[in-house]
Write a protein that binds this ligand. Structure first.
Ligand SMILES: Cc1cc2nc3c(=O)[nH]c(=O)nc-3n(C[C@H](O)[C@H](O)[C@H](O)COP(=O)(O)OP(=O)(O)OC[C@H]3O[C@@H](n4cnc5c(N)ncnc54)[C@H](O)[C@@H]3O)c2cc1C
Length: 289
């Protein structure tokens, strides 16, 4: 991870030609956002943490009265088609670079707050064939004895088992109030509401994926009543078919393909939270049970 051929030397920013796991190649990204994010990632790798730097290349630029953001990657001759949405003459449009009908990159011009959507599109289109799925155990009951601070759960053939923070895992569940551990990988908050009394710094999140959270109606009905957990899981899985949530789930699945992901929630009982339902789905690729 951003380690050079000399094991004691790491490189980030303009100077680095680093392997990008999603693009499956070495690339040099000479842009501000890459320097900003790759530096901390290299530092975490130096500390021995499980880090995969797979942010899509991104840059912004202002040219006269045009503000632009570019997300993704394509070689100058590496695309088959450019699809434009909007009217370039109006100065507000999005251009997509495609290869084999797959979006490789997008640039929004004088249109804002769409880079996450473009990134999701590029990531989805970069998806690789899924690895063979593990068999799904008929029962998906989470363990209920791991609520101590720092406890984590991992998916094991459809069961969630408590694990110590030191063990490795692909998809884990924890409390957002717990401090980052080296085994956390990407820390992703999956609640819709920001945790009470917690600063952004202390949460130390890689991402807040609030789009995937259960609806307010479902959350209120459930109220974290353990007796309702099974029915909650059933209703929540149904909600995950909504296009926006399905897209967010796909995004998390893609993320978990390359690194450990710890799904975080503010509830005192993460073992009966939406995070566990998601870990089940992401860990097995199947929500049955
Ligand atoms: C004119 C211009 C416009 C740009 N516009 C944009 C833009 O609109 N959007 C965008 O995303 N990016 C833009 N960029 C790119 C962006 O600025 C860089 O990608 C980013 O600054 C790279 O950060 P870095 O930390 O990797 O390198 P740098 O910012 O270059 O930092 C490297 C530092 O190392 C120092 N250094 C070098 N050699 C040594 C040495 N031997 N000993 C000690 N120190 C040394 C240098 O003095 C420098 O301070 C622009 C760049 C330029 C030049």
């Amino acid at each position: 991870m951003l380690r050079s051929s000399d094991p004691d030397v790491y490189a980030a920013g303009d100077v680095a030609s680093a392997f990008h796991p999603l693009l499956d190649r070495h690339i040099r990204v000479e842009h501000w956002a890459n320097a900003k994010h790759a530096g901390p990632a290299a530092a975490r790798a130096m500390l021995g943490q499980d880090v995969v730097f797979d942010r899509l290349p991104y840059f912004f630029t202002d040219q006269y009265d045009l503000g632009m953001e570019y997300t993704g990657y394509t070689e100058p001759d590496g695309y088959h088609q450019v699809v434009v949405r909007g009217d370039p003459d109006s100065g507000e449009f999005i251009a997509f670079w495609l290869t084999d009908r797959r979006v490789r990159a997008g640039m929004n011009v004088n249109i804002w707050d769409v880079t996450d959507d473009i990134a999701r599109l590029v990531r989805a289109h970069r998806r690789r064939p899924r690895p063979a799925r593990r068999p799904v155990h008929p029962s998906h009951r989470p363990v209920t004895d791991g609520s101590a601070a720092g406890a984590r759960w991992e998916n094991e053939g459809g069961h969630l088992r408590g694990i110590s923070p030191a063990e490795g895992a692909r998809v884990r569940v924890g409390r957002v109030y717990d401090e980052r551990t080296p085994a956390d990988g990407a820390r992703v908050l999956v609640d819709r509401i920001w945790p009470r009394g917690l600063s952004k710094d202390r949460a130390d999140l890689d991402e807040w994926c609030k789009k995937i959270a259960p609806s307010t109606q479902l959350r209120r009905w459930y109220g974290h009543d353990p007796a309702l957990f099974e029915e909650f899981g059933r209703r929540y899985r149904a909600e995950l078919d909504d296009p926006e949530r399905a897209e967010a789930l796909e995004h998390l699945r893609e993320m978990a393909r390359y690194r450990t992901v710890t799904l975080l929630t503010a509830t005192k009982h993460p073992e009966i939270s939406e995070a566990v339902v998601l870990a089940d789905l992401l860990g097995t690729g199947n929500g049955a049970g």
